[in-house]
Design a protein around this ligand. Structure first.
Ligand SMILES: Nc1ncnc2c1ncn2[C@@H]1O[C@H](COP(=O)(O)OP(=O)(O)O)[C@@H](O)[C@H]1O
Ligand SMILES: [Mg+2]
Length: 276
């Protein structure tokens, strides 16, 4: 299979801070989700900022559609098909859905005037395509839920021609239902053939949707894995704190068990029946 994005031995230094060291990974073309996993400070945001033109790598090279690229600015990366959705989303809560969707790239009429009617229609249609009904596209973005806002930022990147979609912790601030909304949309983007780099520290969100995984730990790669070669448990174990998480899980189970033993209800036969 062809490769859409490849990092070859990329390092990034900020003065004496080694944010990334010798990172290599591939994002296959044809609709693939590569999850970038790692704890805080692992270098995840630095990596995507390199791909989206915010930073230049100190060492190594990046190939995009087989060719070596150097993005000088986020605009440069965007023009070539790299769509980054940052954690803070870069949406303006008080501005309308339509304004946020186009952000200065609104369709114009004959004399350079903005064509609000067309803009509203496109924004509404594109949101409807992903299952979000915007009754009034002139409503402020601030009235939308967190998941809907995340979806708007993704829909915008896709509409403006992203071949690669980079999502930095899209579900970090969301509840279960809203996270589901975003992850379903990520799956839709993949179906359309868009390559997705999904950054998260939540293995449970990453695992069902990912094709491949890259694990980062304090700027170094712990490896690149195809899903078929690695279990959810193995990933947890490899991530920083994996062992501690296991211990924590064990402790919580033990606590729950001792609580149950103490509870008089748990011993009654009725309580046992209602458990099913
Ligand atoms: N602009 C910068 N200047 C100096 N150090 C930075 C800068 N950006 C990131 N770092 C450092 O690089 C490391 C990785 O950071 P980051 O990529 O934000 O990690 P993550 O997103 O995985 O939490 C951290 O030690 C961080 O302090
Ligand atoms: Mg980060």
């Amino acid at each position: 299979m062809a490769t859409l994005v490849e990092f070859k031995n990329v390092s990034k230094y900020f003065g004496s801070v080694i944010a990334l060291k010798d990172i290599s990974f591939k994002l296959e073309s044809g609709g693939c989700v590569c999850c970038l996993l790692g704890d805080n400070g692992a270098g995840k945001s630095t990596l995507i900022k390199i791909l989206s033109g915010v930073h230049q790598p100190s060492e190594g090279e990046i190939l995009f559609e087989g060719k070596k690229v150097e993005f000088n600015s986020p605009r440069d990366a965007m023009d070539q098909g790299i769509g980054a959705v940052y954690q803070d989303l870069a949406l303006i809560p008080l501005m309308s859905v339509t304004r946020n969707f186009f952000m200065g790239r609104e369709p114009t009429k004959r004399f350079g005037m903005m064509d609000m009617e067309v803009a509203d229609k496109i924004a509404q249609e594109k949101m409807a395509e992903i299952g979000i009904n915007v009754r009034d596209p002139s409503q402020a973005v601030g009235t939308m839920s967190g998941g809907e806002r995340q979806c708007l930022a993704i829909a915008r990147a896709i509409y403006f021609g992203a071949k690669v979609l980079i999502l930095d912790e899209p579900t970090a601030a969301l509840g279960v239902k809203q996270s589901g909304l975003v992850l379903r949309f990520v799956a839709q983007a993949r179906e359309r053939g868009i390559g997705v780099i999904l950054i998260t520290h939540n293995v449970n969100h990453a695992y069902p949707i990912a094709n491949d995984f890259t694990l980062l730990n304090r700027g170094k790669s712990l490896g690149f894995f195809h899903k078929k070669d690695v279990s959810r448990e193995k990933i947890l174990e490899m991530m920083a704190g994996g062992e501690e998480l296991k211990e924590l899980e064990y402790d919580i189970k033990e606590m729950a068990r001792s609580d149950k033993d103490k509870s008089p209800k748990a011993k009654s036969p009725k309580a046992k029946i209602t458990k099913h």
